[in-house]
Design a protein around this ligand. Structure first.
Ligand code: AMP
Length: 282
């Protein structure tokens, strides 16, 4: 694996791959890699000739009260995991390399960026869309792999790519979980027992919602109440939101009539955790 820290080195490598007719795959991350990130990398490796992964903890998507400084980092371990997954080139730019000047340009995907995560993190998706737009320009035409773990983010990116005609195919990838159902996340590293155990309440809330749906319940109020009850019964967790939304638009719905997405966010100990799952209405 070729490791670079400058945009120009990465762009040159990827431009010459495309000039040879190779398909480029792209996996953007904030590092502290785990099996969830590796699943995106492996999928990209299986579908593309050359795969670039980026590691960049993007300050634009953190509010001043969030964990930017504390965000876990381990470049040595990340390099090993990326190489093991078959990544061809790892780009790890510094903040100065990415943002040599104060950033005064931003990309805002309205509608999809409102509600859910934006309740607690109102400026988050603007920071995400802006850095991803920049990275798309650095990487160039490619297939870009994103996890469904961050489902609202995936919807925001898909819409940005469509609205702004980026020459990018966005590929959504399934959530990778720990054996007890907790969705893998770099932020799980903040969890120590007993918070680690309590964190399974997100998955359990989704299961409760799915059980009602499987039993024929279609009222969103009823399903959300059952999901909330699971998180609220967990003394170490503080519920942020539960939601049952239209699967593609993430619009609010009163009844589940087609494909829907169940989403949950809660604070457990020092970590704010999110999770979601799909209900197929077919
Ligand atoms: P992050 O480093 O948290 O910004 O995540 C980088 C990419 O990995 C995003 O597209 C995430 O959705 C994806 N990702 C993170 N955790 C998981 C997981 N448990 N399963 C699948 N994808 C994930």
């Amino acid at each position: 694996m070729y490791t670079v820290h400058t945009i120009s080195q990465a762009s040159a490598f990827l431009d010459s791959a495309r000039a040879r007719g190779q398909q480029v795959g792209f996996v953007p991350t904030m590092g502290f890699l785990h099996a969830g990130h590796q699943s995106l990398m492996r999928r990209a490796v299986s579908e593309c000739d050359v795969v670039v992964a980026t590691i960049f903890v993007n300050p634009l998507q953190f509010a001043p009260n969030e964990d930017l400084a504390a965000y876990p980092r381990d470049f040595g371990a990340d390099s090993e995991l990326a190489a093991e997954a078959g990544v061809s080139i790892l780009l790890a730019p510094s903040i100065d390399e990415m943002y040599p000047d104060a950033v005064v340009t931003s990309v805002r995907v309205s509608g999809l960026s409102d509600g859910l995560e934006s309740g607690a993190r109102p400026t988050h998706f603007e920071g995400v869309a802006t850095v991803v737009a920049k990275l798309f320009n650095v990487v160039g035409p490619c297939r870009a792999y994103f996890g469904e773990k961050d489902y609202q983010q995936l919807a925001v990116i898909r819409r940005m790519v469509s609205d702004l005609s980026f020459n990018i195919q966005v590929v959504g990838c399934p959530i990778v979980r720990e054996v007890d159902g907790l969705a893998m996340s770099s932020r799980n590293t903040y969890l120590e027992a007993p918070d680690r155990e309590a964190a399974t309440c997100l998955r359990r809330a989704l299961d409760a919602g799915m059980a009602l749906l499987d039993a024929g319940e279609r009222s969103v109020v009823a399903i959300e109440a059952a999901m909330s009850a699971v998180v609220e019964a967990e003394a170490l967790a503080t519920l942020d939101y539960v939601a049952v939304r239209h699967a593609d638009t993430l619009q609010t719905i009163a009844q589940v009539e087609g494909d829907a997405r169940l989403l949950v966010a809660a604070k457990v100990g020092p970590s704010r955790l999110i999770d979601n799952c799909a209900f197929s209405g077919k």
